[in-house]
Write a protein of this length. Structure first.
Lengths: 139, 613
């Protein structure tokens, strides 16, 4: 159950950000922004090899005391960043991977829509529903 | 309606504030309370102005009538929409929709329920509302009727889908102005069926409410559950009959025959083969002409492109077109695709007429593929119905549903390309990422384009590479691999022209030497000869291929076909080289001939002065 999910375009601007509605959403935006540096670092480290060999799931980008940040890059350099609450220890790597896979699938579904121009903000209800299902349920 | 008077008097007694006796039947009560709770969350006593305004506007009455209603019901006087005002307002709306003047007297009669367009069916909310009723006034009737209301919600559910379609008809002048692309005949047809509905509607609703009250009153307190289930069945049976009688026009999401024919014609104008599909860009241009805003078109696409492959088959196209038309007529787009627009449903409905108008008769595999399509559609229809039911009920896409949907959507890719797929690929595809079905459709559409450039229908074109133009950003190798794996199982691979180009090359070299006309003719025959050997292997291949069973494992075939494609590429390259060499040799010959001519002319010149002299 993520606390914040973001989709960042190749040029490092956000296509979609959704956080759990708390008072300090800006903090998540900032976290996502700073994690982009880590993502770039990871990509460039593996960049010498062929693109195919680079794995899409980047794993834990960096942990802070409150939460952990995970990253995932597609072959077209679109990044998915997920912020997860640290107290939620039940989440394992496999689950994070499966969440990213679902995100990727939904993203490709959006791409298939001819009315979507790549680089636009994502305004799809199906995508929203999917992301909502992955966010922490705040009652 | 023995319960009726008792309930009515109780309601009347309870609701008599401000000296106004408001007789409400049980169904009305339940409906009004649910509408009220929708407009205002339970803890508050008054409905929120904006949501009430929205609801009133959804009733599709002209604004001055709505103003009148708010005045008469007393909301203006007290300044807020309390429960009584709200209920009176609803009753007045019902009266106005039935054609009565907006007066207090008119609401004393028996009236059908007010109709509102595009009320979102919050089935979750409904179960909560009967319990959380506001205000002391309605405690008495509701505690007594609570059991009934719980069961009634099921029927209320069923009534809900029926009520939205009827209201737009009340204000027909609004919609025709929005008809931009829909032809007048279609619009007339819809309004015609709508008029029929309008006359039928009040009777229908009244009939059902009477039916509801009758048996329920008899079973009240005994076994409401049983009565409810039988009642549901009888109601649904009745509804089906009414559906068939009313030309399916109750449900706005059901496509009539007229509409279907229109959509099919439009599809044909974009794509002559009804079994094939329209690419995303073509569909985008087409739907953009409807002048709907892009986000809405995007949503319509999301709803109708069920297998998310960027292309629309005929049923998907019909669903999309129908949604566009509905939106233009003022209906709100649903969150999920209605059952009647799901591709399996549409395909099953249209499968019979489509059998007759298949254009590609020459494909030997179209018939067995077609039969299997029918089988698949039958099995899929059952699974898809379940899936679509669940998706309609649970709008917040839970994991299981999404996965089930994915599996079913993967399965749904099969009818589209059934001429090319085997059962095993289907099983494979359902377990893998969606990337493969998507690229499959890309390559199959490109192959179909290439198909049209082919020589004869049974033989595929020898040059499938022509389809590169669209896949500019994709990795072509990957496409060909997946292409080969998924699609080619049923497809005839390009013919590998084996030996003929080589011997002809040597022959050309021999022939090029004598620079005379007979040589040129021989070269021409040689090039023709080049073509005929190519044709003969194709014919051989086509004859041998129907023997190839489509149940071979995909991997073997894919590698075989990959090799075949590669050899074909090599051969074509060689043929190209040969022809280029031929070209250069002919050019040389031309030059030599020119030289000869010049020489002869100079000789002539030299001889001429001699004769003149």
């Amino acid at each position: 159950m993520a606390v914040c999910i973001a989709v960042i375009a190749k040029e490092n601007y956000p296509l979609y950000i959704r956080s759990v509605p708390t008072e300090n959403e800006l903090k998540f935006h900032y976290t996502v922004h700073t994690s982009l540096d880590v993502v770039d670092e990871k990509i460039s480290a593996m960049g010498k090899a062929l693109v195919d060999q680079r794995e899409l799931y980047l794993g834990l980008l960096y942990p802070t005391e409150d939460y952990k940040v995970y990253g995932y890059v597609t072959n077209s350099k679109v990044k998915f960043v997920m912020v997860v609450d640290s107290s939620n220890t039940a989440l394992r790597d496999n689950e994070i991977r499966s969440m990213f896979r679902k995100l990727h699938n939904s993203y490709t579904d959006i791409m298939c829509n001819p009315f979507y121009n790549p680089g636009d903000r994502i305004n799809s209800r199906a995508f929203d529903n999917m992301v909502n299902s992955m966010m922490m349920q705040v009652c | 309606m023995e319960q009726g008077p008792a309930g009515v008097s109780a309601a009347a007694a309870a609701a008599s504030t401000g000296g106004l006796l408001l007789p409400l039947s049980e169904s009305e009560q339940q409906r009004y309370s649910e509408l009220f709770s929708r407009c205002c969350p339970p803890p508050e006593a008054a409905a929120g102005g904006s949501s009430v305004g929205e609801l009133f506007r959804a009733s599709q009455l002209p604004p001055d009538t709505l103003h009148q209603i708010t005045e008469v019901c007393g909301a203006k006087r007290v300044g807020y929409f309390g429960p009584t005002q709200f209920y009176i307002a609803l009753k007045l709306i019902a009266a106005a929709q039935s054609g009565f003047p907006v007066r207090i007297e008119s609401i004393k009669n028996e009236l059908p329920l007010p109709q509102f367009v595009a009320l979102k069916n919050d089935s979750d909310v409904r179960y909560g509302t009967p319990a959380e009723l506001h205000g002391v006034k309605f405690q008495v009737p509701h505690t007594s009727l609570e059991k009934n209301s719980y069961k009634r919600t099921d029927e209320g559910d069923k009534q809900e889908p029926k009520s939205p379609p009827m209201s737009p008809i009340c204000s027909p002048p609004a919609s025709p102005s929005t008809y931009q692309r829909v032809p007048l005949s279609y619009g007339y047809g819809k309004s015609r069926s709508g008029l029929e509905q309008q006359h039928g509607a009040p009777y229908e609703v009244r009939h059902t409410t009477h039916q509801q009250d009758g048996p329920l009153s008899g079973n009240y307190g005994a076994k409401p559950a049983l009565a409810c289930s039988t009642l549901n069945r009888s109601l649904s049976g009745e509804r089906e009959q009414q559906d068939s009688n009313a030309h399916y026009s109750d449900d706005p999401w059901r496509i009539t025959e007229e509409q279907r024919d229109y959509y099919i014609n439009q599809f044909r104008s974009l794509q002559p083969d009804l079994n094939s599909f329209i690419s995303g860009s073509v569909a985008k241009n087409f739907f953009t002409k409807s002048k709907l805003p892009i986000p809405e078109l995007s949503h319509i696409w999301e709803l109708s492109d069920v297998d998310c492959d960027g292309a629309l088959t005929l049923p998907e196209f019909c669903a999309a077109f129908h949604l566009v038309v509905a939106r233009k007529n003022g209906y709100q787009l649903p969150e999920t695709l209605p059952e009647t627009l799901v591709p399996e449903y549409l395909q099953a409905a249209s499968l019979k007429p489509m059998r007759d108008c298949t254009l590609f008769d020459s494909y030997s595999e179209s018939l067995p593929g077609g039969q299997q399509t029918r089988d698949f559609s039958r099995t899929e229809k059952t699974s898809a119905e379940e899936v679509s039911d669940s998706s309609a009920l649970l709008k917040d896409g839970k994991k299981d549903d999404k996965q089930a949907l994915k599996v079913s959507t993967d399965l749904k890719t099969i009818p589209k390309e059934f001429q090319h797929l085997t059962v095993k690929t289907a099983a494979q595809e359902s377990n893998t990422l969606k990337a493969r079905p998507r690229s499959r459709s890309y390559s199959s559409t490109s192959i179909e384009d290439a198909m049209k450039k082919g020589e004869e229908p049974p033989t595929p074109p020898p040059r499938p590479q022509k389809s590169h133009s669209r896949a500019s950003s994709l990795d072509l190798n990957k496409i060909f691999q997946q292409n080969a794996q998924a699609v080619r199982s049923g497809w005839l691979p390009p013919p590998p022209p084996a030996l003929p180009p080589r011997p002809s090359l040597s022959q050309e070299v021999v022939i090029a030497q004598p620079p005379s006309k007979p040589a040129r003719r021989k070269l021409r025959t040689e090039t023709q000869g080049l073509e005929t050997p190519e044709l003969s292997p194709t014919i051989n291949v086509t004859s041998s291929l129907p023997a190839v069973k489509p149940h071979l494992p995909v991997q073997k075939q894919s590698s075989k076909q990959k090799r075949a494609i590669q050899t074909a590429i090599r051969k074509n390259k060689e043929a190209n080289a040969v022809l280029a060499r031929l070209n250069s040799e002919l050019q040389q010959q031309l030059k030599e001939v020119h030289k000869e001519r010049i020489a002869l002319e100079t000789q002539l010149e030299q001889l001429r002065p001699v004769t003149v002299l």
